[in-house]
Design a protein around this ligand. Sequence first.
Ligand SMILES: C[S@@+](CC[C@H](N)C(=O)[O-])C[C@H]1O[C@@H](n2cnc3c(N)ncnc32)[C@H](O)[C@@H]1O
Length: 369
Amino acid sequence: MPSHPLQRLSARAFSAVRRLLAGGRIWIQARPRLSAWFYPHGRHGPKPGYSDYNRRMFAGFHEQERMLADKRRMAFYHAAIDRHVRPGDRVVDLGTGTGILAAWAALRGAAHVYAIDHSDILAQARALGAANHIENVEYLATHSSRFAVAEPVDVILHEQMGDCLFDEGMVANVIDLRERVLKPGGLILPSRFELYCEPVKINDDRLVPFIWELNLNGYDYACLESRRPGAPAYYHLASSDLNLVEHFLGRPEPVLSIDLHTLKEADLPREIAFTRTVVNAGRMDGYAVFFRARVDDDLVLSTSPLDPWRAPHWGFRILRTGRCEFAAGDVIECRLTAGSWHDIDSWNWKTPLATCGVRDENKERPRGN
Ligand SMILES: C[S@@+](CC[C@H](N)C(=O)[O-])C[C@H]1O[C@@H](n2cnc3c(N)ncnc32)[C@H](O)[C@@H]1O
């Protein structure tokens, strides 16, 4: 702790400048036109350094085990490959991990499968392929951006979805491969995705209020309101607890639907405005962000907190807002902006306080307003 008055003063000045810079970044990112000017290129691709983080995260058994143990995820991919990979196809498995999707494609009769991964897990995939007598798979330890083939492939297989759909670089990685190595008319599995951002009520026994809202037997935290954290990460929570969300206030609808066969990065909007008519009256505590992937009408993967059939290893995200009450039939006006869809810390969401007229919980911080 700085003890000299001069030290204390400079520590305070430093922290004020830091808060100002963080606030400035968020303020810019909440303004789509300004944001386009400040962050003109590759705005939905991974941040510098993300690739190294991803490579380390997937190198060990732990992450791979979680994914392989997710029975709904595995059944979705097994059915997708079974239905859509044809004997004789040339396939690339982008981010093969332990090689499972590549192996299933080979067993389905693919003529050649390129199983690529930038992480050290590739060595395990190679060993597993040999131990399971998988033929026609070529294992390549490389980042997808460095992968090239003389003859284009028929199918790109991938599982590049993060909890908030875009946060593992799916769009940039798949589009890059599509443009360079996929045959015209070739197939991307999966290709159709829906992003949801639904106003929710959190179950009372799971609700975590902002710290300054607490008063525990007279011990009042209200003075912390002036010390609201500037860090964006404070304003969203990751969870996979099926008992967290009590209900959606409105009827869920995708706020964004994409098809990787045709999507261009520039097509992703920076700002999405939408409304929800309240069918479940009561308190709103935030938004739940989740996604669905669709291969066929009867083959869908969901990470919704309210789907009992959700693929459990994915989390969903709660974007915290000030709390407010809505009556049935009220229309909630919502707005979501993203500096980069890949980086949830660059997202900004509007608290629909104007509609419900309660105290503006986020008045002093730009997050959630
Ligand atoms: C979510 S895991 C999926 C693993 C496997 N496909 C499965 O379904 O079990 C994603 C894998 O992609 C790899 N990966 C991510 N981005 C990549 C890239 N651009 N190039 C190559 N590998 C990548 C990671 O190392 C990780 O093993």
